[in-house]
Structures are given as structure tokens and as C-alpha cells.
Design a protein around this ligand. Structure first.
Ligand SMILES: C[S@@+](CC[C@H](N)C(=O)[O-])C[C@H]1O[C@@H](n2cnc3c(N)ncnc32)[C@H](O)[C@@H]1O
Length: 223
């Protein structure tokens, strides 16, 4: 078993080179979780969305088309450059702010400044459990009271769980990508300052990837 800062940092290089080699890697249509979040955020009258791990932005572009303002973070700057270009080309450039950022660091967003935080398959990247604790605290910090957090993760029922190279902490490497597979205890652990509203199972892609979509609401009262 190998794990260390260098190994986790090398994931950035792997993502960058994969995105360069595969424009539209996940396609241009929004994911099922993106469609769900747009519908939910609209019904709640939300405006400002922070997206973590936006990648090439299949969901970001759908948020923009739906009228939301989006701050999109990803550590892969090439993917964000592609997203910026697509947003400009579709006439939605002014609604989008992109920032190259590693979510293991403090989020570059003020306290209680966003209505919603969204991510699709960011929380199951190569982060350790203590790094998830920090990220969950950061999400709680930036969400306004009553705001929503929707995220998706591959879980321990996925075919890749337990396959490939183990890196500890329920992380396994397949095809150069390290995935941290979630169990239900980890979902329950990452609810700091929030109420867990829903956990829904769904599938995506050819394997298929087996995921949970998790919805939380930031509590009004101090933690
Ligand atoms: C599985 S992809 C999903 C991309 C996008 N959400 C989608 O569904 O099309 C995960 C994304 O997380 C980004 N990522 C991985 N680790 C990260 C980190 N520590 N900080 C910021 N972004 C990260 C990758 O560059 C990649 O764009």
C-alpha cells in the first residue's frame, strides 16, 4: 500500500493530461444529478452556486443556461479554460467565475456567501478522511443559513471498490485515477452544520459507476 502527498498531488497531472487528450470527456449533456440540482435550486429560488470539481463543465453550462451565477473550482486549469470558452461562446460568460483551486485548501469564497454548493464526483477524489472533514467544514462556512449542498459519490457497492491498487482509507486506483469510495458512515460523518435531507442511489456510465446523490441543508442556528 502506498500513500502520500506526492501520490495525491500527482492526480492533478493525471487529470490535466486526461482532459487535454479528451475534450468533452464526460460529454456535453448535464448529468442526472446536475438536472436534479437545477430543478431543486430553482424551486428554492436560489441564485449563486459554488461548484467544486467542475471539470470541463457539463453541469456548469447547464446551471448557466438555467440562469444561475456559478463560481466553478477545479485544480485542472486546462479544463477550466475550456469551460470559460464554452461559457463565452454560449453567451453566458458573465455569469461564470472560474478559479483553479485544490479543494484540500481553504475555499476562496467568503463566509455565508453562496446559496448552494454542488459537486458531481468531486467528493470521491483522492482526499483522505481528515481532508473531507476540512472540506465539509468549508462548505458549511461558505453556505448561507438555509442554503443547500448537493454532492455525488461512488460508493462501496461500485464494481471498482476493492479492485486495482489500494491506497488505504477506502481509496483504490484504476486506470491511473484514485477514487475514494464512500460508505454510509462517511456520508453521515460529513454533515457538519447541516441537516441530511436525502440520499438517493443512481448509476452512470458504462461500468456502470454506482453512486449516491446526497442533499443537505445548512442549519439556521449556530452549530
Ligand atoms: C470525476 S471528475 C468530475 C468532473 C465534473 N464534475 C463532471 O462530472 O463532469 C472529478 C473532477 O475533480 C477534479 N479534482 C480532483 N481532485 C481535486 C482537488 N483536490 N481539488 C480540485 N479539483 C479536484 C478533477 O480535476 C476533475 O475535474
Amino acid at each position: 500500500m502506498t500513500r502520500g502527498k506526492d501520490l495525491l498531488d500527482r492526480q492533478l497531472e493525471h487529470w490535466q493530461s486526461t482532459f487535454v487528450a479528451n475534450p468533452e470527456m464526460y460529454g456535453t449533456d448535464p448529468s442526472a444529478s446536475g438536472v436534479y440540482a437545477i430543478d431543486l435550486f430553482r424551486r428554492e429560488g436560489l441564485t449563486d452556486v459554488l461548484e467544486l470539481g467542475a471539470g470541463q463543465g457539463r453541469d456548469t453550462l447547464a446551471f448557466l443556461r438555467a440562469g444561475f451565477n456559478v463560481t466553478a473550482l477545479d485544480h485542472a486549469s486546462d479544463a477550466l479554460a475550456e469551460l470559460d470558452q464554452a461559457a463565452m461562446a454560449s453567451g453566458h460568460g458573465t455569469q461564470l467565475t472560474t478559479t483553479a483551486h485544490d479543494v484540500r485548501q481553504t475555499l476562496p469564497v467568503p463566509d455565508t456567501s453562496v446559496d448552494a454548493v454542488y459537486s458531481h464526483m468531486l467528493f470521491n477524489m483522492a482526499l483522505t478522511t481528515p481532508e473531507f472533514d476540512h472540506l465539509a467544514a468549508e462548505v458549511a462556512r461558505v453556505l448561507r443559513p438555509g442554503g443547500l449542498h448537493v454532492y455525488t459519490v461512488r460508493h462501496t457497492g461500485d464494481a471498482h471498490y476493492g479492485a486495482g491498487t489500494p491506497h488505504g482509507d477506502d481509496m483504490y486506483e484504476n486506470g491511473g485515477f484514485i477514487v475514494h469510495f464512500f460508505n454510509r458512515a462517511l456520508v453521515d460523518r460529513l454533515t457538519l452544520g447541516c441537516t441530511l435531507l436525502d440520499v438517493t442511489e443512481f448509476e452512470e456510465g458504462g461500468l456502470p459507476r454506482r453512486l449516491w446523490r446526497i442533499t443537505l441543508r445548512r442549519r439556521e442556528a449556530p452549530q
